[in-house]
Design a binder for this molecule. Structure first.
Ligand SMILES: [Zn+2]
Length: 460
């Protein structure tokens, strides 16, 4: 019996090495990696000469179809497919009421999980969910084992906004999550420091976006990270710091990781903190208003220093799809923070890391695919090992193109990378062996993407 597909003649890139090899796919899984002559006969042969063949990107921090994103699962997974991301992890919200909320009444975490699973019924790529705890109601603790049972072993908490939790409540939640072998995922910015600085700027009428970064300073991020990481190690809970943006916060995480090890603490940064600096606010106004803010050139350097030493081990997007209407026409404190990045992530980060900074393509695969999959309990993702899912990107490392929102599959009608010339572009994206994007076009069947039940990750 021939296998389904052979991708031949390309350069295979894993997190460990880069070598000439062909990849055999059958029944949605990788069945062989090696010399073309060693592969079984295939019904279809795809010539990847001159191209890289790598695991699809795994984006563990995206916002889809809720109060933080206008994207539907259809539009977001289309952006993911074209951009070379084959799995993402979105958020299942414990419904709350308030200014930021779209919910009419409070609800449970498990209802949030069911809601997002339904929204994902027309997904093109696979998706998982983090539970998001938004209210200080201890009833949520009883849902933690249930959520884990349902394949949602990671729980997000915020230190800021109306959904921000007090240290006291987070401390209790961390003990519950730790006892259940789950992971706590933290947005860390000191709320009162940020709020007070925002109010000060409002009072002074500093409406221009150049005043935004100072309203959520690096030290406020570091302060909250220090509190949360300290409580996590006391609770013995696996701690994951999301969207680390600055040297001061990364240095705090470095202290805890050196003291307690990467079996207890891990952290990410995002595409925009590695590829843009705060000059974007003068150039682009409100469009790059993201929280935490895009920081200084030195902070960008710090992100690479800490990606290299492993304090930061994942690059995600924090994809939030808003339209220009939602971003412009008001002061920076009146608009929705966040920006879309799913479609740009692999090519823009590859170009920055490999072409501009001289890293090996394996570094990109490690940060965008292998580490996030391993960190979040997805052993079938993020690798090209035989027996794992055939989530594969064929990537032309020589093709140069200019990023423009005209190509966006997301409903977001702008991109903060507009006009950026990058070399390296995904040409084919496979999810469990099915071609879902081909040369920039979506070709997959909506509904091919599946909800991924994740295991509790073991970071030892
Ligand atoms: Zn986010």
């Amino acid at each position: 019996m021939p296998i389904d597909t052979a991708i031949t003649g390309g350069t295979v890139v894993t997190s460990e090495r880069t070598y000439e090899a062909s990849v055999g796919i059958d029944d949605g899984e990788i069945v062989a990696v090696g010399a073309e002559s060693s592969l079984p006969e295939a019904e279809e042969t795809v010539d990847a000469s001159g191209q890289l063949v790598m695991p699809g990107a795994v984006d563990v921090h995206v916002h889809i179809d809720d109060q933080f994103s206008e994207d539907s699962y259809r539009s977001a997974t289309s952006a993911a497919a074209v951009g070379g991301t084959t799995t993402y992890v979105d958020f299942a919200w414990q419904a709350w009421t308030g200014d930021m909320s779209l919910f009419e009444e409070e609800g449970t975490l498990m209802e949030g999980i069911e809601r997002k699973k339904e929204k994902g019924s027309d997904a093109l790529v696979d998706f998982g969910l983090h539970g998001a705890i938004t209210r200080e109601d201890p009833a949520v603790f009883e849902e933690i084992p249930e959520a884990i049972e349902a394949g949602v072993p990671t729980f997000k908490m915020f230190t800021a906004y109306e959904i921000g939790l007090s240290n006291g409540f987070m401390n209790r939640a961390m003990k519950e999550i730790g006892a259940a072998d789950g992971v706590g995922v933290f947005h860390t910015e000191d709320d009162s420091v940020c709020q007070s600085l925002v109010e000060q700027r409002k009072a002074e009428g500093q409406t221009d976006a150049t005043h935004f970064p100072g309203s959520r300073p690096d030290y406020a991020e570091a302060m909250a990270a220090e509190d949360a990481a300290r409580m996590a190690v006391e609770a013995g809970m696996q701690y994951y710091g999301i969207h680390t943006s600055c040297r001061k916060a990364a240095d705090i995480l470095e202290y805890f990781e050196e003291e307690y090890g990467s079996e207890l603490l891990r952290a990410e940064t995002c595409l925009h903190y590695t590829t843009l600096d705060d000059s974007v606010y003068a150039e682009q106004g409100n469009r790059p208003v993201i929280q935490p803010p895009i920081r200084s050139e030195d902070d960008v350097e710090a992100m690479f220093e800490h990606l290299e030493d492993g304090v930061l081990s994942v690059v995600s997007t924090d994809h939030c799809a808003y339209t220009l209407d939602q971003k412009e026409g008001g002061a920076w404190w009146e608009i929705n923070p966040g920006a879309n990045g799913l479609q740009s992530c692999l090519p823009v980060f590859y170009d920055e890391a490999v072409n501009r900074r001289g890293y090996d393509p394996s570094f990109v695969v490690e940060l965008l695919a292998t580490n996030p999959a391993e960190t979040f309990g997805m052993p079938e993702k993020g690798t090209l090992d035989p027996g794992t899912d055939a989530d594969i990107v064929v990537f032309d490392p020589e093709e140069t193109f200019t990023v423009t929102a005209e190509d966006n599959e997301s409903v977001a009608d702008y991109t903060i990378y507009e006009g950026r010339e990058v070399t390296g572009r995904p040409t084919k994206t496979y999810v469990r062996g099915e071609l879902v994007a081909d040369d920039g076009e979506v070709v997959g069947e909506p509904g091919h993407g599946e909800f991924l039940e994740r295991d509790c990750p073991d970071w030892d």
